[in-house]
Design a protein around this ligand. Structure first.
Ligand SMILES: [Zn+2]
Length: 269
């Protein structure tokens, strides 16, 4: 470990289960890093674009004995679902970068002349991005060694209305398999059907096709099946004050749990 580095246990929370599935939550963290102190706007301090309460929403994973990996730090520190190259994820689509300078609503995250320089960006990659990915890779390898294959669910949520990224309201369940590159269509259709049967709206490989994690780790040829699920926050929380709504969430958790179970039960061969 390098001097001053946050130790790996601090960059993420990890709980090892005993099933072929790993659930990754790269945007659930809302902490800012010490080097951002005094340099960011009020909006940044609120970590507004967090995948709020995704950990609570998936609180059944422990009972199902499923491995869980959760980021502790905000996507404003460094976005774990972006490549470190800083290259964009999708052609011709607006998106926030590796160390975003603006929020989803287009507001500045840094005070003037306080934006991270190259050295700071590299340091954030080393302290927060790399440990998460090392753990993710290690756990997929462990699962694969045990079962012969590994399944990865990259769990996200976003505000139902973000004009910067999509028109109108986002469907309730947004499944992404990079247009079928990271998971078989048979699995995708099975999960979509579960959501539809609970009267939720769905989209497949539409605006959210799967980010860097899905793309980088999903490789059916190598027996690693990956799928991103982007949920609309309107179905489980008050989007304005970031408050979890247990009553709303209960309705969403029913199909969500079934989806996770169907994913666990999927045998890729
Ligand atoms: Zn997310």
């Amino acid at each position: 470990m390098k001097n001053n580095s946050v130790n790996q246990e601090e960059a993420f929370f990890f709980e090892q289960g005993d099933s072929p599935l790993l659930v990754s939550m790269p945007h659930v963290g809302s902490k800012l890093c010490p080097s951002m102190e005094g340099k960011v706007t009020k909006l940044a301090q609120s970590s507004a674009d967090t995948d709020w309460h995704v950990d609570r929403l998936y609180d059944f994973l422990g009972e199902m004995n499923i491995s869980i990996l959760q980021a502790k730090y905000s996507r404003y520190v460094v976005d774990l679902n972006r490549p470190t190259s800083g290259k964009s994820l999708y052609k011709n689509a607006d998106e926030t970068g590796l160390c975003p300078l603006t929020s989803f609503s287009g507001e500045q995250l840094y005070l003037s002349n306080c934006q991270p320089d190259k050295k700071e960006i590299i340091s954030r990659i080393e302290r927060y991005w790399q440990p998460y990915h090392n753990k993710l890779r290690q756990e997929l390898e462990r699962i694969k060694a045990k079962y012969g294959y590994a399944l990865l669910l990259d769990a996200h949520s976003i505000k139902s209305i973000v004009p910067r990224f999509f028109e109108g309201s986002l469907p309730d369940f947004n499944f992404g398999t990079r247009d079928g590159m990271t998971a078989p269509n048979k699995l995708l259709q099975e999960l979509v059907t579960i959501a539809k049967n609970s009267s939720f709206s769905t989209a497949e490989n539409a605006r959210f096709k799967g980010g860097y994690i899905t793309k980088n780790y999903g490789s059916p040829d190598q027996n690693i099946i990956a799928l991103q699920l982007e949920l609309s926050q309107i179905n489980y929380m008050d989007e304005e004050i970031f408050q979890y709504s247990p009553a709303k969430a209960a309705l969403l958790q029913k199909p969500l749990r079934q989806i996770v179970q169907a994913f666990v039960d999927f045998y890729p061969k």
